[in-house]
Structure formats: structure tokens, C-alpha cells
Design a protein around this ligand. Structure first.
Ligand code: ADP
Ligand code: MG
Length: 586
């Protein structure tokens, strides 16, 4: 067939497909325009799943009458004037594509009045063609109505879900923006009924309460990291570990208040919950990262959904540490501070003022100053959880412990010569496995278990690269792998410590963990730590008494029983003296 240039109308419709996929994309683009226009109030009205009608009204700066027609032209934007600006984009829009794209696939009316104008202007488009423009009385701001979406593209419409499914996507979108912009009053109405209404008070907690049911809102922790030393900050909410979900749908990330999708950020978030959630459970979160505009490239995806970072590891660690700090501050473990009785703190759900939670574990190791994890009050170093320093040997072995029982299917209570010990079963098991793996690795006599039938491991090119660079290590730890196509391998055997139901998936998880941990810090044992982490028992698993006893016995003989390979504590010690003081016996 001969090559022909597409008819402009057809080209526009094809291009529109990249920006406007479904009703929620229309709402997203229009709401972003309101936010760019400095709106303090945004009303979204939906009918028929957003296909029949989407109407978005704002009180922003409006468009001067003589420029309204321009907004409908491709690549027409007021937000970008010269090329250098592309390197540091501060507005949500910048391509000048949304209005013409939506207009090409709908019947669109835009009514606007700029703040200092005497009256407004109205333009109407139908399937990309203007059919009227005239002055129109209205209040300052902009109202856009989009009707009969994809009415000219029946093929496109076929791919939409039911009205209620499209509506719930829109509801989720508004929820997300409402959380990231607590100073803006959002209102969503569906078929005339109010679905969400936020106060716009600027208080994130109030926005949270208007978006979530009280039981969910009360399980969310405030995350805030605004270290004056760093130009990277985090603000938002993440769920306490008891509140979790079976998938990642409830993780929302904003970069400079632009909603984006990022596998790397989900991983950083999950890593912050390391050992706190049962397997295949995920936290809820809505987090905004603030960083210099020049450190992020937002111009790498047609719908602006993905971004590229200049310094991925800094982004990763900023988010991970901020969330970890919030989780530690919320820790349910009672604080038995050395400074004496503090019964109030025992009942306080928010232990923000009590830095001693982790300290007791480190006191026990006899190295008080050096390994201190930091205090809740000084956010800067809290949550900086170094991998166990190989040069660091506390050499204060654990005393023999007697198992008392299991709490919340997560912690083991034990009694020792001086009081009570509370162990984190996952962290303790991780330490045991790590030592076993490293010992086997250095002996060069891996203990593998063969799989009954080999499994194919499918990987992304990035994962394949991690696998290639670590192939020798993986073999020395007991993985038997054989090339099998470009980005896949045959897995024949795994380290004997691995009890995973799906070893291929665990291997891929381990590769991901190595990749991301490797961004954070260089350490020979990252691979061993990742294998240990993915093989260790999780929180939520019931343990029998013999199992608990075996775990404690094995922990007692490890080189560093007090921390897991990531440097977090495996146990907390409550001395007899501390207990007696709490009960007023001393
Ligand atoms: P972009 O947002 O990338 O600039 P759009 O096609 O979304 O492109 O919008 C084109 C232009 O129309 C914007 O640059 C802005 O000047 C104007 N505009 C659109 N929506 C609004 C609004 N709600 N309030 C004020 N101006 C708007
Ligand atoms: Mg826009």
C-alpha cells in the first residue's frame, strides 16, 4: 500500500487516544487544569459513568476571552514558553494536548471568565469542530462540560467498562487528588448525589476523614519528613501494619503533587513494611514526594503517568525512611524506658515521644552509642537501617531462653535469666537463615534442593541483568539455573533454606530486592539477606511450641542474634528491674 499522510481529523483522533483512554482520563486532565489555574474549589459532576457527561467547574484564574479558541489548538499552552523550562516543569500540564484531544472525541463546552474580566466567553465544539463562540455571563473561573464521550468512535466505547466501574475509577481519582491537595475543596457528584466532599481546610487529616471511612482513616499514620538539610521531602499517610490489602491498588504516589505510577516507589514503600506484613499483603498509602523540579523528568509518558528520576536511590531511601519512621513511632510495643516508670506511654497508641522502643535491644548488645537507631524526635537518622556491619561483633550471646508463647502471630514471648524477651519471629528467623546461607556460601558446598520439575523464570531485562551479575553468587548459595531464551531461565534447584510455594516468583522477588537494596548501599551480603528475607517465616504464621523453641535455639548460636541482616532488632529485652519498676515494686 502507498504511504499517505493521515487526514488531520483522523490523526487527531488517533493522538487523542493517547491522552483520553476512558472517562477518568477526561476528569484527570480537566482537574489538573483547574489545579494549574490555582483553583481553591473544584466541582466534578458525573452522569452515566462519565460517558454521558462530565462537568468540571473551578474558581481558578480563567482564560481571557480572546484566548479561549487557542486552548483548543494542539500544542497550545500557557504553561511553557521556552525550551529550558522543559527541564523543570512545575505545572501539571505542559503539552497543550488535553483540551483539543477531548474535544476531538466528544461534544465539549468551555465557559470561562478570567478574574479581572467584566464577563465570560463560551466555546462549543462537536467531534473536534467548533460550532459556536460567544460572550457569556458567568462567575470567574472555568467550567468544562464533556458530553457523549467517544460518540464518534464506537470501537473505543466498546472497551469501556460498566458505568459503575467507570464511576468508581473517577471516585478513586478524586479521592487521591483530595488527599494530595487538602487546601482545595473537592466535590464529586454522581447522578446528582454527592459522593465526596472535602473541606479544603488545608489540614491533611480532615481531607483523609472525608475520603475514607472512619475505620480506615483511623488506621492511617501520618508520614512526614521535612529534613531542612535535604531538598527531598515526604508528606502523606500510610497504613498501620494491621490495616492492609491483598493488592497494590491502594498505594498512591505523587511527585511534586503530580500523581504518578512507579514500581520503584511501591517497592520502597513495601520495603518500609519489611517483616511487618504477612506475605502478599500490601499497605495503603497516599504519599507526596517533594523534590527539585530539575531532578525529575515528567515528559516521558504520553499521559504523564510515569516519570524519570535523576537520583533514584535518593528518592527510594527518602520514601522508605519516612514511612519506616512513621511505623516505628506507631509501634504497639510498650515502652519501658530506662528513665523510670511511664505508664502513660503504655497506653498511648502514638509513641512519638518515646525513642526507647528500639534502644533496649541495642543496649543489650552492649554498644549503646554506636548502633543507636536514633530517636523519634530526630527524624534525620531514624529509619536509616544499615545492613549488619560485618565488622561489628557484639559477641554477647543470647542467654538460654524459655518459650512462653506467641503474641499476634508475630512475636514470641520468652523468659530468660533477667526478665522477659519479646522476639520478632520474622526478624529472628531471617537472622538464623542468613547465617546459615552465608556459612554455606563460604564453604562452597551449597545445600540445594532440586525441584521436582524445573520451572521457567520469566524476567524483565533489568531483572535478567541482576541475575547475570549475581549468577556465581546465586550458584554458591544453592540456586541451579540454566539459560532458557533471552529473558528467561530454567530453575532446577533452590537453596535448601527456601520453602517457598513458588520458587520462581521468590527468585524474581529476590532479584528485585537486590536491585533496590543495591541502589541504597553496596554490600556483599545483600543477596544472602534477600534470600533470607524471602525464606523466613512471616508475621501471621502460627508457630508450635517446638518450632518456637527450635528457632530460639538456633538464634542463640548465630553470630549476631540481636539484629536481622538488615540491621533491625530481632528482640527486645524487658529486664526484671524494668518490670518491677513499672509495677511499683521498686
Ligand atoms: P496544558 O494543560 O498542557 O497547557 P490543555 O490542553 O489542558 O494543555 O489546556 C490548554 C490551555 O488552556 C492551558 O495551558 C490553559 O492556559 C488553558 N486552560 C485549560 N483549562 C483551564 C482552566 N480550568 N482554567 C484556566 N485555564 C485553563
Ligand atoms: Mg492540561
Amino acid at each position: 500500500m502507498p504511504i499517505k499522510v493521515l487526514e488531520p481529523e483522523l490523526a487527531t483522533q488517533i493522538a487523542a487516544g493517547e491522552v483520553v483512554e476512558r472517562p477518568v482520563s477526561v476528569v484527570k486532565e480537566l482537574v489538573e487544569n483547574c489545579l494549574d489555574a490555582g483553583a481553591t474549589q473544584i466541582t466534578v459532576e458525573i452522569k452515566g459513568g462519565g460517558v454521558e457527561q462530565v462537568r468540571v467547574i473551578d474558581d481558578g484564574e480563567g482564560i481571557p476571552a480572546n484566548q479561549v479558541a487557542l486552548a483548543f489548538q494542539h500544542h497550545a499552552t500557557s504553561k511553557l514558553t521556552h525550551q529550558e523550562q522543559l527541564d523543570s516543569i512545575g505545572t501539571l500540564g505542559f503539552r497543550g494536548e488535553a483540551i483539543p484531544s477531548i474535544a476531538a472525541v466528544s461534544q465539549m463546552t468551555l465557559t470561562t471568565r478570567s478574574r479581572d474580566a467584566g464577563g465570560g466567553q463560551q466555546v462549543q465544539y462537536q467531534w473536534g469542530k467548533k460550532f459556536s463562540e460567544s460572550p457569556q455571563g458567568c462567575s470567574p473561573g472555568t467550567a468544562v462540560t464533556v458530553r457523549d464521550l467517544f460518540g464518534n468512535l464506537p470501537a473505543r466505547r466498546k472497551f469501556l467498562k460498566s458505568n459503575s466501574a467507570e464511576t468508581s475509577r473517577i471516585r478513586e481519582l478524586i479521592d487521591r487528588y483530595a488527599l494530595a491537595y487538602p487546601e482545595v475543596r473537592f466535590q464529586l457528584t454522581v447522578e446528582g448525589r454527592t459522593s465526596v466532599a472535602t473541606p479544603g481546610s488545608g489540614n491533611p487529616a480532615e481531607a483523609l476523614l472525608s475520603v475514607y471511612q472512619p475505620d480506615i482513616a483511623s488506621g492511617m499514620l501520618r508520614v512526614q519528613a521535612d529534613d531542612p538539610e535535604s531538598d527531598y521531602g515526604v508528606d502523606g499517610f500510610a497504613s498501620a501494619p494491621r490495616l492492609n490489602r491483598a493488592n497494590r491498588t491502594y498505594m498512591t504516589f505523587f511527585i511534586n503533587r503530580r500523581w504518578i505510577q512507579s514500581r520503584m516507589l511501591s517497592f520502597a514503600l513495601e520495603e518500609a513494611y519489611h517483616g511487618l506484613l504477612p506475605e502478599r499483603r500490601y499497605p495503603l498509602a497516599s504519599l507526596n514526594l517533594t523534590l527539585p523540579y530539575s531532578d525529575v523528568d515528567v515528559n516521558s509518558h504520553p499521559a504523564k503517568r510515569e516519570v524519570r528520576f535523576l537520583d533514584e536511590s535518593k528518592v527510594y531511601s527518602t520514601l522508605q525512611r519516612a514511612v519506616r519512621a512513621a511505623l516505628i513511632a506507631d509501634s504497639p510495643v510498650p515502652v519501658l524506658g530506662r528513665s523510670g516508670s511511664d505508664i502513660n506511654q503504655l497506653s498511648s497508641a502514638n509513641a512519638a515521644a518515646s525513642p526507647s522502643f528500639f534502644r533496649s535491644a541495642f543496649d543489650l548488645s552492649g554498644s549503646s552509642g554506636r548502633r543507636s537507631v536514633g530517636s523519634i524526635g530526630s527524624r534525620t537518622n531514624l529509619g536509616s537501617v544499615p545492613l549488619a556491619d560485618p565488622g561489628f561483633t557484639p559477641q554477647q550471646a543470647l542467654p538460654a531462653l524459655r518459650v512462653v508463647g506467641q503474641v499476634r502471630l508475630t512475636y514470641i514471648v520468652a523468659e530468660g535469666p533477667d526478665g522477659m524477651y519479646l522476639l520478632d519471629q520474622h526478624a529472628a528467623h531471617e537472622r538464623v537463615l542468613f547465617d546459615r546461607i552465608v556459612r554455606k556460601g563460604s564453604d562452597r558446598s551449597p545445600v540445594s534442593q532440586s525441584l521436582l520439575s524445573p520451572m521457567t523464570v520469566e524476567m524483565t531485562p533489568a531483572q535478567t541483568e541482576v541475575l547475570h551479575t549475581n549468577l556465581a553468587f546465586l550458584a554458591s548459595y544453592g540456586f541451579e539455573l540454566e539459560p532458557f531464551g533471552e529473558n528467561s531461565y530454567l530453575l532446577r534447584a533452590v537453596p535448601s533454606v527456601m520453602t517457598s510455594q513458588n520458587p520462581a516468583r521468590s527468585l524474581v522477588d529476590i532479584l528485585d530486592m537486590v536491585a533496590f537494596e543495591g541502589l541504597l548501599r553496596q554490600h556483599d551480603d545483600i543477596l544472602a539477606a534477600s534470600i533470607a528475607c524471602h525464606s523466613a517465616i512471616r508475621a501471621g504464621k502460627a508457630l508450635t511450641e517446638p518450632e518456637m523453641r527450635a528457632l530460639l535455639e538456633e538464634l542463640e548460636v548465630t553470630d549476631n542474634p540481636h539484629t536481622c541482616p538488615h540491621g533491625r532488632p530481632t528482640l527486645i529485652h524487658f529486664s526484671e528491674y524494668q518490670m518491677d519498676r513499672e509495677f511499683g515494686r521498686r
